[in-house]
Design a protein around this ligand. Structure first.
Ligand SMILES: CCCCCCCCCCCCC/C=C/[C@@H](O)[C@H](COP(=O)(O)O)NC(=O)CCCCC
Ligand SMILES: Nc1ncnc2c1ncn2[C@@H]1O[C@H](COP(=O)(O)OP(=O)(O)O)[C@@H](O)[C@H]1O
Ligand SMILES: [Ca+2]
Length: 571
């Protein structure tokens, strides 16, 4: 563990100088991992006006991996400084005219990051240039940082602010970090998907950036996965095909309605935070579910596959797109009041016991140990042999038949501003499993209590009518129409609430008896599906949700007070 007090002294210094910062003389040190500075004793004495007294020295430190860029100071920054302290700034600029700016990541609140700046002045131009050169050399060693990105903007997602968000908040940061971009503003649905599938020259880019919501992300996901499988000769129609992971990272700039994939992988829906995760080249692997109907491929999903409640909400909300994100609230209330349930049979292959449990309260966080667990060959053989048997009684597969208000498969927590802990708070981003949540037919009041628990601290699984399983695969088969007796027809499905009572009894049809699957915000054309989790098929420019660190919130430059004979550690 590095001791902060040693940083100023150590042998592995790359550069050490006396420079000026905020009109005070500072000793600045750079080593391979940290840029640190503290006020010189002479300057401390002068500014405190008390001689011969040991004042507390403060060391300010930035991790090199969190430096966005270093530049010669520009006039704009001069103006900002001038406003703050005109006289002092003028004097510093006159005496030490050669300045450089280090832009770095500062944590604010709730997992939010911003880009801050620290300016160092010197009287010596060559010295200032040397600092810029050496810091840049260190940044160049961070080879996982992207240099070239392909950006797709959905101008109609969310509140239709995607283009403005990108131009005003993101592009300037990419420019500062010297990242080159090709930007495509989409002209129709599936424009981005089709471009990625067939046209885009992916060799040119280190990553693809999606400016939009979960639906737009889904387009990028499909384009990239499909392109990768084509390039590697894999047929995605085969439900058991082992898919080839995509080599290109995906960045998400949230500009949609739910933005659950961004929220669950970063902890906030903030375009600047996401842009900074892209700039530093963070990497978060993610599971992808492949969904098939019989032996043909339907879609991929990374967040929610929801039948019943969430399928009905989505279907209803599509007609209200003009309302923007509020459409989900209105459709949510309407669907809740309809209180439909659907019959069907769900069979699933549970994950091994060492994969945790959806109710274990172990949340997936940055560097999650559960997600780093690779299935052993024994686990894999077990799974393969079980899979072949495909039986209810033997082989680990379980089958549950019943009447369900909702069937949800959450491959990640699905946290979003509407539900900050998500549909399955302990689901993992990259463990190769999905949490299958079955909400059986229950009273309206019970279902409301269950829904409300998504928004507070209570356990939404702690109901007799809810069960949850961590699974690797599942199949769903809706109740077949022809299997109903006449009596069943009047019974299935229950359409209470605002429909004419006779419609459920006399106009029984497929639409009424079946819900639709909401697959990351897209409606699937079939109710009978086979789902298989493909572990870590894609990588995002993200790092998972960070545990909050109080010390990092207190000072722009991660400030430590250095007490005599006390050591402070850099985490
Ligand atoms: C009475 C209070 C009820 C509160 C219940 C809140 C539960 C919310 C859980 C939401 C999970 C969302 C999972 C993500 C789904 C998205 O993929 C999908 C499309 O997003 P986008 O492309 O950005 O529009 N969004 C939805 O399906 C919306 C579900 C909203 C349900 C109220
Ligand atoms: N230029 C476009 N015109 C119309 N639809 C588009 C365009 N670009 C993308 N889309 C589609 O818009 C849908 C919603 O996009 P998204 O960005 O997820 O917004 P929201 O979160 O509001 O649903 C996606 O299904 C995507 O395929
Ligand atoms: Ca998972």
């Amino acid at each position: 563990m590095t001791r902060l007090s040693d940083i100023m002294e150590t042998q592995d210094r790359l550069l050490f100088s006396k420079l000026f910062h905020k009109h005070r003389q500072v000793e600045v040190t750079l080593n391979r991992s940290v840029l640190a500075w503290k006020e010189t004793e002479k300057s401390r004495k002068r500014s405190s006006g008390i001689s011969n007294r040991a004042e507390t020295a403060h060391i300010h430190a930035l991790q090199v991996c969190e430096i966005v860029a270093v530049h010669t100071k520009d006039d704009d920054q001069d103006n900002k400084e001038t406003r703050r302290s005109r006289a002092e700034a003028k004097q510093t600029s006159r005496l030490h005219p050669h300045a450089f700016t280090v832009s770095y990541i500062r944590r604010t609140r709730q997992h939010q990051w911003c880009c801050s700046e620290v300016i160092f002045h010197s009287a010596n131009q060559a010295l200032s240039e040397q600092w810029i050169k050496v810091i840049n050399e260190q940044l160049a060693l961070l080879t996982h940082r992207p240099k070239s990105l392909l950006v797709y903007i959905n101008p109609y997602g969310g509140k239709r602010r995607g283009k403005r968000i990108y131009e005003q908040k993101v592009a300037p940061l990419f420019g500062r970090a010297c990242i080159s971009t090709d930007v495509i503003v989409t002209e129709r649905a599936n424009h981005a998907r089709d471009h990625l599938k067939t046209e885009a020259n992916l060799d040119k880019y280190d990553g693809v950036v999606c400016v939009g919501g979960d639906g737009m992300f889904s387009e990028i996901l499909h384009g990239l996965i499909s392109r990768t499988q084509t390039d590697n000769g894999v047929d995605p129609n085969q439900p058991d095909a082992e898919l080839v992971p995509c080599s290109v990272h995906i960045g998400i700039i949230p500009a949609g309605s739910t933005d659950c994939i961004c929220f669950a992988t970063v902890g906030t829906n903030d375009p600047v935070t996401s842009a900074l995760h892209i700039i530093v080249g963070d990497s978060q692997p993610m599971d992808v579910c492949s969904v098939h109907h019989n032996d043909s491929f339907l879609r991929y999903s990374v967040s929610l596959l929801g039948y019943g409640f969430y399928g009905d909400v989505l279907k209803d909300s599509e007609r209200k797109r003009w309302m923007g994100p509020a459409r989900y609230d209105l459709s949510g209330v309407k669907t809740f009041l309809s209180h439909n349930y659907y019959e069907g049979s769900i069979s699933f292959l549970p994950a091994e016991n060492n994969m945790g449990d959806p109710r274990d309260k172990l949340q997936c966080r940055s560097g999650c140990s559960v997600c780093q667990h690779k299935p052993s060959s024994k686990d894999t053989q077990w799974e393969m042999s079980e899979e072949k048997e495909m039986s209810d009684k033997v082989g680990g597969w379980r089958t549950i038949r019943g009447k369900f208000i909702a069937i949800n498969a959450a491959s990640m927590s699905c946290a979003c501003p509407r539900s900050p802990k998500g549909l399955s708070p302990s689901a993992h981003l990259a463990d190769g499993t999905t949490d299958l949540i079955l909400v059986r037919k229950c009273s309206r009041l019970d279902f409301l209590t269950h829904l409300l628990r998504h928004t507070n601290k209570e356990d939404q699984f702690d109901h007799s009518f809810v069960e949850v399983h961590r699974v690797r695969r599942f199949n769903f088969q809706p109740q077949q129409n022809e299997m109903h007796s006449l009596e069943d027809l009047t019974e299935t499905p229950k359409k209470t609430g605002f429909r004419p009572i006779c419609s459920a009894q006399t106009n029984y049809n497929y639409q009424d008896s079946h819900s639709s699957w909401n697959c990351d915000g897209e409606i699937l054309p079939h109710a009978a599906i086979r789902v298989s989790v493909q572990p870590q098929l894609i990588r995002l420019f993200a790092r998972g949700i960070e545990e909050q660190q109080q010390s990092l919130l207190e000072d722009p430059c991660t400030l430590w007070a250095l007490e005599p004979n006390t050591h402070y550690s850099v985490d």
